[in-house]
Design a protein around this ligand. Sequence first.
Ligand code: GDG
Length: 455
Amino acid sequence: MGRLIAISNRTAADPKARAGGLAVAVWESLKETGGSWFGWSGTLVDEPPRGANVFRDEGVEFVLTDLTHEEHEKYYLNYANRVIWPVFHYRLDLAAFNSEAFKVYSDVNQRIAGIVADRLQPGDTVWVHDYHFLLMGNALRHAGWEGPTGFFLHIPFPPPEMFRAIPEHHWLARAMCAYDVIGFQSSHDRANFVRYLVEQFDGEELGDDLIRVFGTTTRVAAYPIGIDPNGFRDAASTPQADRAAERISRFLGERHLVIGVDRMDYSKGLPQRFEAVGQLFDAHPEMDGKVSVTQIAPPSRSKVEEYQELRIELDRLAGRINGDHGDLDWIPLRYLARSYSREELAGLFRIARVGLVTPLRDGMNLVAKEFIMAQPEEDPGVLVLSEFAGAAEQLRDALIVNPHDKFKVAEAIYQALTMPLEERQTRWRKLRDVVESQDISWWRNRFLKDLKPAE
Ligand code: GDG
C-alpha cells in the first residue's frame, strides 16, 4: 500500500493527544506507511485561512487548517455537535436543526477537501474519520480524486426513522455513498444504515457487505474499534498509576471502589447512573459505608447549552445522594469534574472492584475495554456494561444492563460487589481474550484490507 492519508477534525499533532484510542490507531498506521494527517489546528481566526500549517513529526506529515469563528460556530458547534451528534445518539429532542449551519458544514468539508486534494498522489489511500466529515468523500471526488477513500463513523448510526428527521438526510446519505467503504462500530449501526438505503433509495444488498445505490457500489460493514491492550496494561503498572491508586486508597480505606470515567456528555447516561447508585443504597443498606462510587467526568463542549444543563443536573443529583446516604466518615458518591492522565486512570481502574459503563447510546466505548485490561488476574473487578454501547456486542461476559432501568443497574452493581472470585476470574478471562484479540491493529487491518474500490 502507498501512503495513508487520514482526515479527522482533531488530530494527534499534539503529542499529548496520542494517548486516546483513535489517536494511537491512526498515528501508528501513519508512521508505518509514512502518511499525512489532515485536520483542524485548534486555532480560530477572523478571516478565512489561506493555505494550511504543514509540519512533520516522526515521519508523519501534519496538514492543519485554522477555522474561522463562523466556521467553528456553525460547522462544529452547531451542525456537528447540535444536529449530527444528538440525532445519531437517538436524541432528536436535543437537535437544533439549522440550514445555514448545514451550508457552513458543507463548505468546511469542501474547503478541507480542496487542501487534501492538492496534496494527494496516485497510490494514496484516504481514510476519513467521524461525523464532522460525512461529506468529505464526495467533496474529494468533486475535487478530482479517484483513489480509494474510506470512512469510519465512531459514533452510532440511528434508525432510519430518526435519521430522516435531519432535513438534509438525503444529501448526507448520498454523499456518504461516494466513499468506497463505510465502516460502523457495530452490526446494529450498520443494519440501521443499510435499512435506510434500502427503504429510502431502493438500495440493493449484493452480499459480502456490498450495497448498490445511487448508481454506485459501496461496502458497508461493521469494524468494531479496539484498544492497544498491552499499552493500557502497562499504563496500569507505571509509577503514576501506583501513585493514583495509593492516593485513592487512602480515602477508600477498606471500602470497595466502584468507578466510572466518561466525558461529561448526555450520551453517557450519568444522571441515570447516579440515580442507580442512589437506588443501590436504598435497596441495600448493608452496603452503607462499604462502597465508594467515584465518577470522573471531564467537562467537554462546555459552550453548548445542553452540556451546561447536564453539569447542573449532576451537581444536584450528587448533592442529593450524598445528603441522603452520606455519613460523617463516608461520601457514597464522589464526582470529579476534571481529567486525569491515562496512567492515573489505569491505576484507578486497577484497584476498582466494579467498572460502571452505562451510556444511553455509545458508538463503542473504549473505557469498557480499558477497564478490562487494567484488572489484575488474581483479583479482577467486574464490568457493568450498557446494552446500548457498541462494546456490548463483543463483551458478552460483562454484566449487561439497560441503563434506563435504575433498579436493574443497582442490582447489577450489587451482584458485581458480591460476586465470588472464581466467577469474576472466569468472566474476566473471557473478556480479556476478546479485548486482546480484537485490538486496535485488528480493527485497522480489517478496515484497510477492505479499503479498495468496491468494483
Ligand atoms: C468516541 C465515541 C468510541 C476519558 N477521560 C479521560 C480520558 N478519557 C479517555 C478514555 C478513552 C477515551 O477518552 C474516551 O473514549 P470513549 O470510547 O469512552 O468515548 P468518546 O470520547 O465519546 O469517543 C465512542 C470512540 O469515539 C472511539 O471510536 O468508542 O463510542 O463516542 O480512551 O480513557 N483520558 C485521559 N484523561 C481523562 O480524564 N487522559
